[in-house]
Write a protein that binds this ligand. Sequence first.
Ligand code: SF4
Length: 370
Amino acid sequence: MKFLDEYRDPAAVARLRHAIGQVAKRPWVLMEVCGGQTHSIVRHGIDELLPPEVTLVHGPGCPVCVTPLELIDRAIAIASRSDVIFCSFGDMLRVPGSRRDLAGVKAAGGDVRIVYSPLDCLSLAERNPDRTVVFFAVGFETTAPANATAVWQAKRRRLTNFAVLVSHVLVPPAMEAILASPINRVQGFLAAGHVCSIMGTAEYEPLAQKHRVPIVVTGFEPVDLLEGTLRCVTMLEEGRHGVENAYPRAVQPQGNPHARQVVEEVFELTDRKWRGIGMISRSGYRLRPAYAEFDAEARFSVNEITAEESRLCLSGLVLQGMKKPHECPAFGKECTPQTPLGATMVSAEGACAAYYHYGRLRGSGCEVCG
Ligand code: SF4
């Protein structure tokens, strides 16, 4: 398959693995900030192919994982109303709230539906004028354009029975928070290729300059990930910092101007709480005042709902690269995908779930080169 097979080519993987081994002379810690990359790294055993000098840690790149527990509880409160049709992507349904999840609301008779696009909610709202259709707008910069488009269209179509529960977060402020932490051990980043395909690469330059770190825009296949790692380690060994693009087939420096334009029209920056990490200044989006009528939190008065995290869960340390999932005492015991204590275990893109599914405690190898 074009654009896939060549990026899983065993010979290319072996060549890059050898090159990293030749370049890496000192210990380096690199972080990817994308759940898709985390999943691919663990699935293909990329981190286990690397020389002992290079450690990959997994950052807060899974949007489901960083959605605060209290926001899940607010979603459940809204979804439990008889006058609401609550729509979400499928990965949010099994994320546990304080007492139950959205799948439990559905099982109890709530009208909770999985949609594949927020735009589907608009026609649903038109067909159900006596109920309010609420979309759970979770995600990073990648999902923001479609969600912004849905709100923009709803306003033009004068839909009064559509609203969004917004939980959008942004990657660069999270990287800034990790780099600024006194316990930080990350020395270089593999930046998420799909985020950069929307936003471009300019936002990363100030980070790289301020903290003197290499940031390499990286794709998702084994060859992409090893190429990004090689370029990051090479920059570190040569004492260079800055931004490099190792994913040019998808990422242009300016990103996608049309997508950015609709996001800019509908959303504005706000402080956001990240699950396991806490509040990060200007790290997410909220609706602009011109679109406030579509704010589900305000419409259903759920802002006062708060929640307390499990004391056993170390996902905050996992998300900051301070712990690997299997170093959590609850991993595979109290906490499994069937009984998740934290969102990093329930989401397919969560680091804990990836380690569990791919049997990291039982040993694994690379799917590509064995
Ligand atoms: S294994 Fe479970 S309890 Fe431990 S950090 Fe991961 S999600 Fe939290």
